[in-house]
Ligand binder design. Structure first.
Ligand SMILES: Cc1cc2nc3c(=O)[nH]c(=O)nc-3n(C[C@H](O)[C@H](O)[C@H](O)COP(=O)(O)OP(=O)(O)OC[C@H]3O[C@@H](n4cnc5c(N)ncnc54)[C@H](O)[C@@H]3O)c2cc1C
Length: 362
């Protein structure tokens, strides 16, 4: 779906992940990211020659891994300016230039940036405990295991998805907002990423009990319907993402008479959260150790390893990284928001905690 924002597409049994950013402002899109890239492919042919090439190339410098390559497709008349900007930003021309594009390699001859882009976790850290086997914990475990991490997944119930994620059915759709707010952009990225992942699970033979009839939302008022229709037109969302619908169209889609028009997500729908959790774990079952029927009473950090303990004080598991996906209980375990801290060791290790959490996130 060609909608603005960040798309994460996995290939080759998820060993290769393409981060595809679509938007009007090439520099703006890149400057909002924090990553270490191996390769950039930038298409500037849609009138983007108005972008300042020096700003763009400085941003590439901020994100480039060692030897990162850049392939810029741009109008011929801008090539000389782009070449100068690339050179000033530490990129040297590379072979393989095709007509209409410039290729270069990050090979700075002098220091060109104040901060290094994030490094992947070193192999010795790639071991995590995930507490909570709901939608969040199962997705996190599946992603970490898919990237080669060793994961111990702990839950107090006998099987995954027994609390909020145990609903028989959940609806899914992005939020469309008049000003394309953070919530709108975040749910758009989540929706696209989830669809991609769920489709791969279904192709692998898992039944997610999903509907494919789309999802219709009825506006609260006729003014809301008009305002959303105007926003959909303004952002030029494609029809396979969202369509404004009149009352008549909404009634036809719903199969019953409805009070107002609204908007329709052709790829929204309903799905079984339990089936998603089960499929995600089955997909990587050989790489995840599960500890079900296990209630984590407290966690502690000794400066190197995070440990989870049960109510008897016995250690359940230990790992350099711990992910709290235990919904409401996460704040208690982490000692946040006035909860008594889980342990003295955890309180003295807040910077390590932040580091561990960032590593897990990557
Ligand atoms: C009635 C209802 C309807 C909803 N409808 C929708 C919908 O249609 N669409 C939608 O997108 N969202 C919907 N939601 C929201 C959605 O269900 C939740 O956002 C989602 O399930 C949260 O997942 P989670 O993994 O964060 O939490 P949970 O599913 O609650 O998972 C947390 C897990 O952590 C475990 N745990 C907690 N503490 C400990 C501990 N100390 N030790 C061991 N294990 C622990 C629990 O056993 C649990 O399995 C709905 C929620 C409800 C309640």
């Amino acid at each position: 779906m060609r909608v603005p924002g960040v798309h994460r597409l996995a290939f080759d049994t998820r060993r290769v992940v393409l981060t595809l950013a679509i938007g009007d402002d090439t520099h703006g899109l890149l400057s909002g990211m924090w990553l270490r890239a191996d390769a950039f492919h930038i298409d500037m042919t849609n009138g983007r020659e108005t972008d300042d090439p020096r700003r763009l190339c400085k941003t590439l410098t901020r994100l480039a891994g060692d030897g990162a390559t850049v392939c810029l497709t741009a109008r011929e008349k801008t090539h000389a300016q782009l070449r100068r900007a690339l050179d000033a930003a530490g990129f040297e021309p590379a072979l393989g230039t095709s007509p209409g594009s410039l290729t270069a390699r990050f090979a700075p001859r002098w220091r060109v940036r104040c901060h290094e882009p994030p490094l992947p976790c070193d192999a010795s850290v790639r071991e995590a405990i995930v507490i909570g086997a709901g939608l969040a914990g199962c997705a996190m475990s599946s992603r970490l295991a898919g990237r080669g991490w060793r994961v111990t997944l702990i839950d107090r119930h006998a099987s995954p998805a027994r609390e909020a994620s145990g609903n028989p059915v959940g609806v899914f759709h992005p939020i469309v907002w008049r000003d394309d707010s953070v919530a709108a952009r975040f749910t758009r990225a989540g929706f696209l990423c989830a669809r991609h992942r769920w489709r791969a699970l279904e192709q692998a033979g898992h039944d997610l009990e999903s509907s494919d009839a789309g999802l219709l939302q009825i506006a609260d008022t006729p003014e809301d319907a008009d305002a959303l229709a105007a926003a959909i037109a303004r952002f030029a969302y494609p029809a396979d993402y969202v369509q404004p619908v009149t009352r008549t169209e909404a009634s036809r889609i719903a199969g019953i008479e409805v009070a107002r028009g609204g908007w329709f997500f052709p790829h929204g729908g309903a799905i079984s959260p339990t089936a998603i959790c089960t499929a995600q774990l089955a997909d990587v079952s050989d790489r995840i150790a599960t500890r079900m029927n296990t209630d984590v009473a407290r966690i502690a950090h000794d400066g190197r390893i995070w440990r989870a303990f049960d109510a008897n004080g016995d250690e359940i598991a230990g790992a350099p990284v711990m992910v709290l996906a235990s919904a409401h209980d996460a704040a208690r375990l982490a000692g946040l928001y006035g909860h008594r801290r889980a342990s003295c060791a955890a309180s003295s290790a807040s910077s390590t905690r932040a580091c561990s959490i960032r590593c897990a996130y990557r």
